[in-house]
Design a protein around this ligand. Structure first.
Ligand code: CMC
Length: 432
């Protein structure tokens, strides 16, 4: 079979570039030789047309609203899997046998405690610190505690670091919450599931037994699965880029947490609920829709739109069903949900949103569920970080084991001053 190519006609001549086929998805033009051959770069702010790596972990078809982890549809995983099973799948590539799953759960469970001295880090933060500020700090600090798992050239150390990150995130997130309340930190309890243990560390107190509510546990399991990975999004690309320099995995995940915090990414769940609260009543929705459409107003409907999904976000469908289920089973009627439902209805029928293919994303509904469960708004993004750690770790491992991996180093279109001579201060005139 002849190799597919595209020809680029450049001032330096005509060059053929190979066209690569993935297992599914669009073809990709391999431009690695472009600069060497033509002396030109490509310009692609936001990387809307740029693939940065080869990956076998997650596939998204944004037009059809498909999300697959290692080939398995997200809807099936959310319905049938445990979070630990999904974590194993993302990291090891296949669903585990019962024996593999038992051993994986045992290993993760045995790493849930954190070094006692790490608790003293929390005391350095103000009580009203944002949990994501705390998470950026304490996850980066893990590298100072676990020196035996920071040599990234050793596959065993990489795996131990991966276990530690996945196992300790719930403990660290729960500690951030407890610290904000002034309540004692809760030690993990290894007889519980990953999700049940997290709920107990968050909502339990040492003074009395805590019973995990199975409805809430199921909802949290789904939320974690729906957030576990999403291919080369901003925070995952940040983890990969940080890791491409050889930085240790704890530092890389701390970088991912920092990126996730922004309201255009993981911070959208917090921003969406704050927006729903600000709107307050269905009567005010038209005012906010008008603001979202106004070019001169920076306001956006939080929880709407996605870089990749231009039809619907498959995670949002499962999340919406979960929101309905949780609110019904817990017998909660929340005015925020009424606003959310009406806003969704109006936006989905509005010409502006239809034309721009703006649909509710996963963050639109997750906030409603987390609010109903009792999490304060500023914890939402930390919960996203907890779940996404699995994806970050899987992607980081894949990158480190990839022989084609190089340090990430984008180029730029320079539009600043050309070379000029230094001017002594007494001869300078103000540019302002
Ligand atoms: N409300 C109103 N208008 C919007 C919105 C919105 N939420 N999102 C996009 N638009 C408009 C935007 O103004 C632009 O209009 P025009 O073509 O007239 O300039 C057009 O739609 C395209 O927007 P864009 O910013 O070029 O699209 P993008 O792919 O760069 O951005 C996004 C994607 C998710 C950052 C954006 O839709 C957004 O800011 N949404 C709100 C924040 C949000 O919910 N983020 C969570 C994403 S899902 C979870 C995750 O992956 O972290």
């Amino acid at each position: 079979m002849t190799e597919k190519t595209v020809t680029l006609n450049t001032p330096a001549g005509n060059f053929d570039y190979p066209v690569l086929d993935g297992s599914v998805g669009p073809e990709v033009i391999d431009i690695r030789k472009l600069y060497g051959q033509t002396g030109m770069f490509t310009y692609d702010p936001g990387f809307t047309s740029t693939g940065s790596c080869e990956s076998k972990i997650t596939y998204i078809d944004g037009e059809k609203g498909i999300l697959l982890h290692r080939g398995y549809p997200i809807e099936q995983l959310a319905e049938k899997s445990s979070f630990m099973e999904v974590a194993y799948l993302l990291i090891h590539g296949e669903l585990p046998t019962q024996q593999e799953l038992d051993s994986w759960v045992r290993t993760i469970t045995r790493h849930t405690m954190v070094h006692e001295q790490l608790a003293t880090f929390y005391r350095g933060f103000r009580r009203d610190a944002h949990p994501m500020a705390i998470m950026c700090g304490v996850v980066g600090a893990l590298s100072s505690f676990y020196h035996d798992s920071t040599d990234i050239t050793d596959p065993d150390q990489r795996m131990i670091a991966s276990h530690r990150l996945i196992a300790k995130m719930p403990t660290l997130v729960a500690m951030a919450y407890k610290y904000s309340l002034g309540q004692p930190f809760m030690f993990p309890q290894n007889s519980l599931t990953y999700t049940g243990n997290f709920l107990r560390m968050t909502f339990g107190v040492p003074a009395e037994p805590y019973e995990v509510n199975p409805i809430i546990e199921r909802a949290m399991r789904r939320i974690f699965i729906l957030h576990a990975d999403h291919e080369q999004n901003a925070s995952t690309s940040t983890v990969r880029l940080a890791g491409s320099s050889g930085a240790n995995p704890f530092a890389c995940v701390a970088a991912g947490i920092a990126c996730l915090w922004g309201p255009a990414h993981g911070g959208a769940n917090e921003a969406a609920l704050n927006m729903l609260r600000e709107i307050g009543t269905t009567k005010r929705i038209p005012e906010y829709i008008a603001r979202a459409k106004d070019k001169n107003d920076p306001f956006r409907l939080m929880g709407f739109g996605h870089r990749v999904y231009k039809n619907f976000d498959p995670r949002a469908k499962v999340m919406k069903a979960t929101a309905d289920e949780v609110l019904k089973e817990l017998n909660i009627s929340d005015p925020v949900l009424d606003v959310a439902k009406e806003l969704e209805h109006i936006a989905l029928n509005d010409e502006y949103f239809i034309e721009k293919k703006l649909y509710p994303n996963v963050d639109f509904y997750s906030g409603v569920i987390l609010n109903a469960i009792g999490f304060p708004t500023d914890m939402f993004t930390a919960l996203f970080a907890l779940a996404r750690t699995v994806g970050w770790v899987a992607q980081w491992n894949e990158m480190i084991s990839d022989p084609e991996q190089k340090i990430g180093r984008p180029r730029q279109l320079y539009v600043g001053a050309p070379q000029r001579d230094y001017v002594p201060v007494e001869k300078r005139t103000s540019a302002a």
